[in-house]
Design a binder for this molecule. Structure first.
Ligand code: SAM
Length: 192
């Protein structure tokens, strides 16, 4: 496998997008946050050297919920009960929009990140995992988007700079949970 033996130079951020995503009928909605997604994706992010994990939701009650969970594990009882969980959740930041995540990265890295969408479906000119590893090796910051509900809205995909190849197994079923997709994709991009 080529590239990124030196994860320290890789500047990868991820976003779990709760808006804009689509529902079963293809309408754009804001989905509810799933506690398990936060824990599992944060652990994968920490394991693979991701620099930040943005939870994108415009809904005030959902932002409050995420911040409450973070508080419990970062400073509350959870921080002493299970400190490694807090270490992973320390990567999480809640933002209202994708643009806010992009701006936060730009502030941190002094350059605007390239945005990479993920999808279980094939899209125009998807980029391979090998090519994406090479891009990450360049040291440029990237923001990788994961969808919730029935997936990222078309606008989030068409405005992204790249769309990654879908993860495909040996069957015609490829509807992974976002937690599983994030683990597999991070391993393909950053695994040693
Ligand atoms: N409620 C669902 C759950 O259980 O997680 C959310 C499904 S959501 C459509 C899953 C997200 O994971 C997609 O938007 C995409 O980011 C990613 N994903 C799922 N399957 C994938 C695949 N085969 N290839 C690439 N990404 C995939």
């Amino acid at each position: 496998v080529s590239g990124n033996s030196k994860t320290a130079d890789v500047r990868l951020y991820i976003a779990l997008v709760h808006h804009p995503v689509v529902n079963k009928d293809g309408n754009i909605i804001a989905s509810a946050v799933t506690n398990l997604d936060l824990h599992d994706i944060a652990r994968a992010a920490r394991t693979y050297g991701v620099r930040g994990f943005f939870v994108v939701t415009p809904l005030e009650d959902q932002k409050e919920l995420v911040n409450k969970i973070l508080e419990h594990w970062l400073t509350g009882h959870g921080s002493t009960y299970n400190p490694t969980r807090g270490e992973a959740l320390g990567l999480v930041k809640v933002v209202s929009t994708l643009e806010a995540a992009i701006e936060a990265i730009e502030q941190e890295e002094t350059v605007r990140p390239a945005v990479v969408a993920t999808s279980s479906r094939g899209h125009r000119q998807t980029v391979s995992y090998q090519r994406m590893r090479q891009k990450l090796d360049s040291g440029h910051p990237f923001l990788l988007l994961f969808g919730t509900a029935w997936g990222l809205a078309r606008t989030a995909i068409t405005t992204a700079d790249h769309v990654l190849d879908p993860v495909i197994g040996p069957t015609d079923y490829n509807h992974l949970s976002v937690r599983a997709a994030a683990g597999i994709i991070l391993d393909r991009l950053l695994g040693q």
